[in-house]
Design a protein around this ligand. Structure first.
Ligand SMILES: O=c1ccn([C@H]2C[C@H](O)[C@@H](COP(=O)(O)OP(=O)(O)OP(=O)(O)O)O2)c(=O)[nH]1
Ligand SMILES: [Mg+2]
Length: 167
């Protein structure tokens, strides 16, 4: 086995149909690749909607690649989308994202891409077009008004970090 899950390209897979609810935030999507399914939540209550690979990729041990998803989106202002790894690929194959989670800005209209890396030291990983490659989490985000001061207010943690509380 190559490690590929071989989801059907363009398959009307009822199991993964996302049913929109009235409380869902509308996110406009454009399928740049019409043969791939739209992003979909596998279960009600899932935070991540699966993204599909638009191309075949083979990653040798330690190798990385930018993988297209054939998807572009327009988020409402005040939102961002985060590209997260799939835990199954990580646990079974050591395949994750170099920049996890990748940040998709609300103003970005290009194709969402996935920076896949094979961290396995022995086995190559093969992904086929149509396989689920990553998941997209949509979140509201705050914009900061950065206010410069001479001295920051004190806190219980202070400057302690990087293991300051022990193992
Ligand atoms: O995993 C990712 C991360 C980013 N992007 C896209 C959407 C995002 O809005 C844009 C820029 O991402 P980011 O700001 O993280 O990258 P950068 O290196 O700072 O590039 P830029 O100078 O274009 O901001 O690239 C993806 O498609 N996938
Ligand atoms: Mg940037």
């Amino acid at each position: 086995m190559s490690g590929s899950e071989s989801d059907a390209v363009g398959g009307a897979d009822g199991r993964r149909a996302s049913v929109a609810r009235p409380t869902d935030t509308e996110v406009l999507i454009q399928r740049l690749d019409r043969d791939l399914p739209p992003p979909s939540y596998a279960h009600p209550g899932d935070a991540g909607a699966d993204l599909y690979a638009a191309e075949d990729v083979e990653l040798l041990p330690g190798e990385r690649a930018m993988v297209g998803t054939g998807l572009a989106i327009a988020l409402p202002d005040g939102y961002a989308a985060f590209v997260h790894p799939r835990s199954g690929l990580a646990a079974k194959h050591g395949v994750t994202l170099v920049n996890a989670p990748g940040t998709v800005d609300a103003g970005y209209r290009g194709e969402i891409k996935v920076t896949l890396i094979n961290t396995d030291t022995k086995n190559a990983f093969r992904l086929r077009r149509g396989d689920r490659v990553a998941q997209l989490v949509i979140q509201r985000v705050e914009r900061a008004a950065f206010a410069e001061v001479e001295r920051l207010p004190g806190s219980a943690r202070g400057n302690g970090g990087f293991g300051s509380t022990g193992r």
